[in-house]
Design a binder for this molecule. Structure first.
Ligand code: GLN
Length: 196
């Protein structure tokens, strides 16, 4: 399986390392032609405004949107922002997933934290997932075709949406690529197999 990782900015190397460990072929994507022979794409964490500006500069926005019509895309943190429909901040977005996000919703870099969250769709669902939040967004609203995969419990116990799926699109506001737990990557590869 050939999986592209958008390598404009951010922690793409960590995603590539996990893909390699799982026996998939990871490919760095920087130009539209790099999308031609990959079967799915991961957009890493980093800075979504920078990723958007570089994608615009390299004429990648429309090719990425076309790619997403046919193939799975997973965005982690900044990547989830870039996949979303709206952030209310006027930046380049793919607008592929019917979610709106609130950027930097948990505070600054120094307020980064890790939380064990239940994610029922993963293997061994009884084992919570170690979710690392770094200047993370929250998913503020989801459209009717979006499944909520995970919530972070907040003070009033209503739960903040931090992972969602819509067809072959996946968004996580945290960074599975920074943990030793590869269940989210396995889950994404399983979406990919289903799509082939
Ligand atoms: N705060 C960043 C943004 O708004 C996301 C941070 C991250 O990817 N860890 O794009």
């Amino acid at each position: 399986m050939k999986v592209g990782v958008l390598a404009l900015q951010g922690d793409f190397a960590e995603h590539l390392a996990i893909l390699r460990r799982l026996g998939a072929e990871g490919v760095e994507v920087r130009l539209p032609s790099h999308l031609d022979d990959i079967e799915a794409l991961i957009i890493p964490g980093g800075e979504s405004t920078t990723i958007g500006k570089l994608a615009y500069a390299f004429d990648l926005l429309d090719p990425l949107r076309v790619f997403g019509q046919m193939r799975p895309i997973w965005g982690t943190c900044a990547g989830a922002i870039f996949l979303s429909r709206d952030t209310l901040e006027g930046q380049h977005l793919l607008g592929l997933m019917d979610i709106t996000v609130e950027r930097n919703a948990f505070g600054r870099q120094a307020d980064s934290f890790e939380s064990e969250i239940p994610v029922p769709v993963l293997e061994n669902p009884e084992t919570p997932f170690p979710a690392i939040f770094i200047r993370a967004p929250l998913i503020a609203s989801v459209g009717p075709e979006v499944d909520i995969l995970a919530r972070l419990l907040n003070n009033d116990d209503s739960g903040i949406i931090v992972a969602a799926k819509q067809g072959h699109f996946l968004a996580t506001s945290f960074h599975p690529e920074l943990t030793g737990d590869d269940r989210f990557h396995r889950y994404f590869l399983s979406l990919m197999k289903r799509d082939l």
